[in-house]
Design a protein around this ligand. Structure first.
Ligand SMILES: [Zn+2]
Length: 261
């Protein structure tokens, strides 16, 4: 089976020179990628994600505004997102949304307000959410509980928290998104969490063009690098890479409510 890439940003300018040839190669008959979810981070990123989904059969879109980008958001933008989530057939999820206390801009209060608004939107349109949460574990869990996010579920993307926090996310029905960080030498805490998280609840992602795994760390990332992530996860789980690729594909199809192709 081919790979299900649950989180990439092919609208990024890093792909301006070869976007079409790269996507065609990866998604073509001899490519290794089955589906890509292109995730909007800014309002423009959402517009561009929808365009990519229109253009490529195997590219789907998630639309939402990243915590670092919510400073300029208005109620009108939320209405726009809602309309697109309902009317565009290839919107699979609302994201990426969440909290980022590493940069702390805009303020935590502003981030929380728009995180909650976008969670409410996801419940209205009945779509799963893709969560970005950095150095904000407790507040993220509290808000997800308070907003009953388990009604829609989704992915905690680029998981970076402890095994104990994973238990809370799993109890709320969330899947855990695993990317290049798993291949880094200092990933000890993540490895511990992954020993605990069942394979049935893991999905693979790259966050391209960011966070390329070893041995390509520091270079522009693309979805083909998921093979390195699958290999490392296979080691941790005592499986082979093909089993990891199949199982995580099945998980993503289920979570996004896609029909098996
Ligand atoms: Zn991302």
């Amino acid at each position: 089976m081919k790979i299900f890439e649950t989180h990439a940003h092919y609208d990024d300018e890093a792909f301006d020179r070869d976007r079409d040839s790269l996507l065609c190669e990866m998604l073509g008959a001899s490519g290794i990628i089955d589906f890509i979810v292109n995730v909007g981070a800014s309002w423009q990123g959402c517009v561009d994600s929808l365009k990519l989904a229109d253009q490529y059969e195997k590219v789907y879109a998630a639309i939402g505004v990243h915590p670092s980008e919510v400073g300029e958001l208005s109620e009108q933008d939320i209405e726009w997102l809602k309309n697109k989530a309902v009317s565009h057939s290839k919107v699979l999820a609302i994201g990426e949304i969440g909290l980022d206390y590493h940069y702390d801009t805009p303020s935590r209060e502003v981030q929380k307000k728009w995180f909650i608004e976008q969670l409410k939107l996801a419940k209205q349109v009945c779509k799963p959410v893709i969560i970005h949460s950095r150095e904000a574990c407790q507040d993220t869990i509290e808000i997800l509980k308070q907003e009953q996010a388990m009604r829609v579920g989704g992915i905690v993307h680029c998981y970076s928290y402890s095994k104990e926090a994973a238990r809370d996310f799993l109890q709320m029905g969330f899947y855990i998104g695993i990317g290049g960080v798993i291949t880094f030498k200092n990933a000890k805490k993540l490895v511990e969490a992954l020993e605990y998280i069942p394979i049935e609840r893991i999905v693979l992602e790259t966050d391209s063009p960011y966070l390329a795994p070893q041995p390509n760390r520091g270079k522009r990332n693309d979805s083909r690098n998921i093979t390195f992530i699958a290999e490392r996860l296979a080691q941790i789980k005592g499986l082979c890479a093909a089993e990891v690729i199949d199982k995580t594909h099945e998980n993503a199809v289920k979570l996004f409510g896609l029909k098996h192709t």
